[in-house]
Design a protein around this ligand. Sequence first.
Ligand SMILES: [Zn+2]
Length: 559
Amino acid sequence: MKNLKIISLLLTVIVFITGCAPQTEESQLQKFIQAHVRKVKPLEKKASLAYWKAANTGNPEDYDKVSELTLKIRKVYSNPRDFAFLKDIKDSKEVKNPLLARQLLVLHNAYLANQIEPQLLKEIVDLGTEIEKNFSTFRCTIEGKKVTTNEIKEILKTETDSDKRKLAWLASKQVGPVVSDDLIRLVKLRNKAAKKLGFDNFHTFSLTTGEQDVKELDRIFNELYELTNEPFEKLKADLDKILADKYGVEVSELMPWHYHDPFFQETPLVYEVDLDKYYKDKDVKELATSFYASIGLPVESVLANSDLYEREGKNPHAFCTNIDREGDVRILCNLKNNENWMETILHELGHAVYDKYNDPNVPYLLRQPAHIFTTEAIAMFFGRLSRNPAWMQQMLPLSDQQRAEIEKVSYKYAQLKQIIFVRWDLVMYEFEKQLYANPDQDLNSLWWQMVEKYQLVKKPPDRNESDWAAKIHFTIAPCYYHNYVLGELLASQLHHHIVYNILNLESEKDVSFVNQKKTGDFLTEKIFRPGDVYHWNDMIEQAASEPLTTKYFIAQFVN
Ligand SMILES: [Zn+2]
């Protein structure tokens, strides 16, 4: 009682000193945000720089520094008192200023995603790390002999003997039973955490904190299923004929090991054309630099801070990082002059221009892409150009005859690649949803039901192993896979909108975007500058006149 009196006296004094009525929700929130940004901004910059260093050196101590800083940031977001404060303000519905309301939502979701209680979180992280370790130390064997993942991939790409292919495929699944019990335990732990926070399961929890909705995703994926059914069946029938011929079996005898990768997620190399020969005497960095300049999105300042070539110890892949949300954007590549790296540098620079050309006046918390899949879409939009015959003709340049040669196969290949990936992603999305809904069901059967339904690949007779668990994404990137397809959908939607409504062309047949400054202007104004100021679907609607839709992807690759 006494304490209360003192507190109320104190409050009166504070109110008196600040000379105004009790603080409104908006001003309390404003103060919270200022203090929060003061805390996280330097930490996030340090973490980005530490990650950049680690990726460049490969030193374990540098990676330890990254973990340490990541943990510090997570600690900020896991504070239950701060979360309660944000939740109260959000529930009060008193924050009317749109920019503040948006920051509140973004903050609320970031805190919510980190509200798993420390003991449970530790169990989840430890078990996840343990499974990941088992993945990386497990060695597949063929007839008792150790083989690497790359060797398995190579066999599935080139071997013509069905028995040898089968052994390689079986080897690729050996890790499944080794990790599956732990993975089911991990799923249950994640579900336990989600339920404590009031969600049905971890799948719904993780979509919600990512501003996505199961119903909406179900609608999109169902539409993709319906619209790709017939075309996929037809394309796959053609493909199966070619594969059956190649392996000297009947089409009816084709088994999962007759496709060119362990999950049939990639396009078998039967319609492939060698594009590398067009790039081998070029400089992919120069090509990317001059292309981006030609559309009014210069990237020199990005490349100046970037690290582009192979080096001992360096991360062999590629990524883009926004160091400070103040213009220091970098990409890491291991460039070679071939088509794959042409695609990759265009892709990473797509992420980079999204980050680089944001509006510096947008509040720090919103100075980021509207969603992980929207930045992926921009990267894919540009990455696709490395195989676009019109783009290649202008940039390389090519003769009409060379272009015609590429065109003969490039369309078919692109179509196959996209449809095969969509059907594979349907398996991943649907299986993962059901995995979290009920981890106690017969998952081995569920997996093959999905594969047979979506990929039209037959389950080997009597097979009852945890083949699903061999996909590492369920462990390291849960409930994420659907974003790849959403990115492709948006890339096609933007492609269509730019061709017909921004460049006002009559057909997309010859579009290369080279020298089309309007392309860069449109992307900058409608997508890069707003950052995360709007919900991703509002941003898409404002940019392209309608919310995210499957129809342009279908028009571009399916019909
Ligand atoms: Zn990307």
